[in-house]
Structure formats: C-alpha cells, structure tokens
Design a protein around this ligand. Structure first.
Ligand code: FES
Length: 156
C-alpha cells in the first residue's frame, strides 16, 4: 500500500537530524511502542538553566518513527525543559505537514521518548517539571545502565 507522506516527512526520514547518542547525557529515555514493538531512545543535554542544548536519538522503527524523532529533537533544542513539554506529537506532526492516519501512533513514540528523557533528568536532579508524567511506555528500567544498546537487539 502506497502511503502519502509529506515532503517534510520524506526529508526527515531520508536525512534524519540528530541521530546518535550523547555521552553522559543529562537525561535519557527509552520507550517502546505497544502497537508495533518499535523502540526509540532520546538523549538530552541540558544546561544549568534547564535549557536543552542538544538532543540526539536512536530509533529502531518505521520511517514515520524516524521522521518524527528527527523533528522532535530539532524542536526541543534551545527550549527549556518546561517548554519542551509543548513539543507534543501533534506539534511534531504539524511541523512535518501531517502523517497518514495509520502512522499517528508512531509520532506518540517521539513525544514519549522526550518525556522519558525529561523524566530521567528530573529524577536525577530532584526536580519537578510541572505537567510531566512518566510515560507508561518507558522501558528504561529494563536496561542495565546503558550496558547494552538498542542496536544490539537480537532479531526476534
Ligand atoms: Fe512502529 Fe511506526 S510502525 S513506530
């Protein structure tokens, strides 16, 4: 089935921004999509004024998940942790000129990965970010201190 992706989605899918990881990230969150099993991890570098200086991601998932994580990391950079909550999946989809309806769930993964990374940052620093809830899809606890990588997932 051919899907109608916007030019921006295709651009961020074929040329994703901010792929990679941040060593000693201020916050790192990994989430899983219950619908399809795809996984996304977001790293945030946050300065002492709670401003997001850098954001990187790794996504083991579909094209829409890659495009939305790319756009989400672009949008949160330069924002405070509080402002970053405004980077919802709707905001990311709008910035990408929309997604086909069957791909909307993929954009939730990007929002949740950002939230999981913010949650991690808040926990590490004893902060409360108003309006932030721990995403239910947060699977960070199953990891062993960055001991292994989502790239190392074995083929199931
Ligand atoms: Fe899994 Fe898109 S199909 S995130």
């Amino acid at each position: 089935m051919a899907m109608n992706y916007s030019e921006k989605v295709m651009d961020h899918f074929t040329n994703p921004r901010n792929v990679g990881e941040i060593e000693d990230a201020s916050g790192c969150g990994t989430v899983g999509n219950a619908v399809c099993g795809d996984i996304m991890r977001v790293y945030l570098d946050i300065d002492e004024n709670n401003v997001i200086q850098d954001a990187k991601f790794k996504t083991f998932g579909c094209g829409a998940a890659i495009a939305t994580s790319s756009m989400a990391t672009v949008l949160v950079k330069g924002k405070t942790v509080q402002e970053a909550l405004e980077v919802t999946n709707k905001a990311v989809m709008e910035a990408l000129d929309g997604l086909p309806p069957v791909k909307v769930h993929c954009s939730l993964l990007a929002e949740e990965a950002i939230h999981a990374a913010l949650w991690d940052y808040a926990e590490k620093n004893g902060l409360v970010i108003e309006g932030l809830e721990k995403p239910v899809s947060d699977i960070s606890e199953h990891e062993h201190d960055h001991g292994h990588d989502i790239d190392d997932e074995e083929d199931g």
